[in-house]
Design a protein around this ligand. Sequence first.
Ligand SMILES: Cc1cc2nc3c(=O)[nH]c(=O)nc-3n(C[C@H](O)[C@H](O)[C@H](O)COP(=O)(O)OP(=O)(O)OC[C@H]3O[C@@H](n4cnc5c(N)ncnc54)[C@H](O)[C@@H]3O)c2cc1C
Ligand code: SF4
Ligand code: SF4
Length: 1012
Amino acid sequence: MDRPATQAATDVRHPRTGESAFAARLAREIQGEVLFDAASRGRYSTDASIYQIEPVGVVVPKTEADARVAIQIAAAEGVPILPRGGGTSQCGQTVGAALVIDNSKFLNQVLAFDAAARTAVVQPGVVLDQLNAYLRPHGLWFPVDVSTSAQATLGGMAGNNSCGSRSIRYGNMVHNVLGIDALLADGSEFHFGSSDALAGGPQAYQDLVARVHAVVRREAAEIEARWPKVLRRVQGYNIDMVQPGVEASMLPHNLAHLLVGSEGTLAYTRRLHLALSPLPRHKTLGVCHFPTFHQAMLAPQHIVKLAPTAVELVDRTMIELARGNAAFKPVVNRFLKGDPDAILLVEFAGDDRGEQLAKLKQLVELMADLGFPGGVVEITDVSLQKDLWEVRKAGLNIMMSMKGEGKPVSFIEDCAVPLEHLAEYTDKLTQVFAKHGTRGTWYAHASVGTLHVRPVLNMKGDGARKMRAIAEEASQLVRSYKGAAYSGEHGDGLVRTEWIAPIIGARLMRALEEIKDLFDPRNLMNPGKIVRGTKQDDRSLFRFKPGYAVQRFDTALDWSEWNAPSVPGADAAASAAASQGFMAAVEMCNNNGHCRKFDAGSMCPSYRATGNERDLTRGRANTLRLALSGQLGADAFTSDAMRETMDLCVSCKGCKRECPTGVDMAKMKIEFLYHYGKRHGIALKDRLIAWLPRYAPWAARLPWLANLRDAIPGLAALSESMLGLSAKRSLPKWRGDAFLSGSAAGPATGTQQAEVVLLIDTFTNYFEPENARAALAVLQAAGYRVHLARAGDGERPLCCGRTFLASGLVDEAKAEARRTIDALRPYVARGLPVIGLEPSCLYTLRDEFKAMLPGAESDALAARAVLFEEFLAAEHQAGRLNLKLAPLAQKKALLHGHCHQKAFGAMSSVEQVLGLVPELKVETVTSSCCGMAGAFGYEAAHYEVSMNMAEAALLPALRKADADTLLVADGTSCRHQIHDGLRAGNENSSTPREAVHVAQVLARALAAPAGR
Ligand SMILES: Cc1cc2nc3c(=O)[nH]c(=O)nc-3n(C[C@H](O)[C@H](O)[C@H](O)COP(=O)(O)OP(=O)(O)OC[C@H]3O[C@@H](n4cnc5c(N)ncnc54)[C@H](O)[C@@H]3O)c2cc1C
Ligand code: SF4
Ligand code: SF4
């Protein structure tokens, strides 16, 4: 017998009653993952909103049958059900005390595709960018181009009725979904599709349709009178679109359109039938400049008459943020004229290039008519258009990186007003913000009257009160414009459900409840969203609930950078606790899900390899936040669950650069390991690796002994069982000709006056001294006077401390950092560049030194520390590089970037430097982490994940390379991974392929006969 929902939900959350029985039954009956532990539930308790509700548990179905069984079991137990995709929603619709069904890991297949009919059938976990990558070769795309296209799943997009920048041309999700195969909580399964399907459906289906029709027909007059008319009307259920005849020109009558935008409250979407669009062949872009924001807001009503595909607003704050960013400044300078208060990006797209150019001309004329002659910068260059759109996206990211307690909060950020009211609406809302002591930055979809704006509020302090006050006034304002919508893009969820009724009225609100009850009479599907919701400002549902407090402890690293001042109105006690820098840095994660990227950039390789929320930057940040605020029980921060969460982080620093809010998980992992080590001790394997720089001089004296592990059969297996080092890996070979102990280690060498310091790291010195020799030769050939950095104590070479940091041995790493700073002080004082070869070592000087030993000396050294290729590229750009290079036999170089090269923006330097070799064509592999990541990949426990990371992109790309293509990788562990990866299955080859350091390439070019 079915249990009542509320009773069962309480039972199952009790650790010794329903929960274990429920979880056990799920685990028995499905193949997929069943996650009921506290940390997993915590990781699924947030989306990109301000809310946090712990779910009953999580199921990650492996098959559609799994999803079906999980829903059946939950329904039988009376447990609410919450379907989930990327969890990137901004309104709290993806959190709830329910069984979460995460479709993103396994249910992500394109099941059918018909290029001629331009249709596809997909599972709900397919990510938009993945679908579009699949469609691109066929000249098609799915055109609902949400900003979160690399994370948003089609199921989640349908759940939210998502809308993209180009909705004025392509419509919202609802206009692009042809049908949905859905599971209802009562166990029934229907295909909801066009009106053609109605007649033939089963009786239960026909009954449901008839009842829905009865409601919408009864309310037709009220819908006509009260329902918003703008395109971006995503509140409630789309009852205006399921009346036969409505929008008949665009849509056949289709009940699937009721499920679109229903936020998982009516049914679970098992499959989506999608309409596809042809990819436009040509695009042009006009950047319209306005002296005032108000004038910019008056213009869209006229511009849309030219039928653009997008009209996007960028205001002064965003422009300034972009201008202040080194990467974007050159792009901004290419399209910006003078000092506008706002710009509108107007895009035209289609197959006829002439037509797009003509449209651009019309835009120029229109702007002149509006009083802005010469106000358009015309952009026809495709790559500049692409760069410009990137700037538009990055502006939001920079805004979101605001430090301190005050954050831009999403709650009224997508009201949609008819274009003729846009200027007045933005003026009035700005006044509302000012009245409440805050302000907002405006951007986004001017074409459809949906402007994003986020007032800065402190949600640990008086943010809730201000939020309600602003929301009340914004709601009244929107109501005053006939046809306007309060939810114009991101949905209702917890933040806007209570604001549906003020817009559509109590009568239509009751109609929505009737619809809900027809589909889900037991209120099991994502309860509390869209109908019968909670108060927006119910702080018990917030991420920062009343009483939220942060544990206090001494940190190993300096986190004061995040101790930004609070905004006025903050609760003093809470503010003081949260201002503890480490926690403030952790709290920077706002769950936007950007780390779920799968193609461009590095972030986050461990998630790419496993697909687990746990192994994602977001998952780690959430677990840290919950642990540090005492929500996962006592000592959770140093628990084994925490260790598991951090385990697969390869410290690539991808997030440090690519996370919009700058979450630096590599640094957080060091802090965690330090405290974990203090409590649990350090494993022998980790000690062996950590202390390598200290025993290296001895090992190098007897290399045959140090290398025995790989020379004697059976020892590798023994090392695996005793130490946990994978027997499938060879270890780096100790060399008897270490660079710093040989003849090269003399005094400063070179002929000219320009002096540099070469800092040779432990790995280069003892395992690959030829790289140091190559670098020295190149620098000398270029005429530099090279000082070799040496320790003042003369005991052993200098060390950056990276191996200690990798085990959380921060005190030992600090000692190494101190030695290095002391030894380099005289050079740094003279302003000499300190050049390193190994990215992870050199960047420790630029990054962790400042966190370990904050102060002027670390800052000064960090400012002088450069990678070999960065130094040469800068010298070349300054016109000072006098390096004579000749063509090599190989004409192509395939380059793999070390994660830290990417994180510190050094890839263009290595590309430029390789490009100095005459006739050498340089191509960079689009790859994330190679998977070796220092000692990570050597560990038996990590071997498989490590190889999965390498196989994700890097190794397949290298295998495709011609035999005479140079493989270049500047990281020592990357080279080892490439060696192992290319050898696998090719063990008997007499010429195994190896990657080389860029210094080797240049040195070979120096020596090439053709150049001499
Ligand atoms: C920085 C940022 C930018 C954004 N930009 C945009 C934008 O440009 N346009 C836009 O529209 N939105 C935007 N969003 C909001 C969000 O990213 C989109 O709505 C996205 O489509 C949600 O996809 P998801 O996979 O993350 O869905 P989720 O958040 O996981 O789910 C969304 C809703 O759909 C339901 N759902 C998920 N799967 C199913 C299923 N199988 N069956 C039934 N219901 C299901 C969920 O229960 C939930 O209610 C943005 C968000 C952020 C953080
Ligand atoms: S870690 Fe960064 S990218 Fe990932 S969800 Fe958090 S804020 Fe977004
Ligand atoms: S450092 Fe790399 S592996 Fe670790 S969380 Fe960040 S992106 Fe992921």
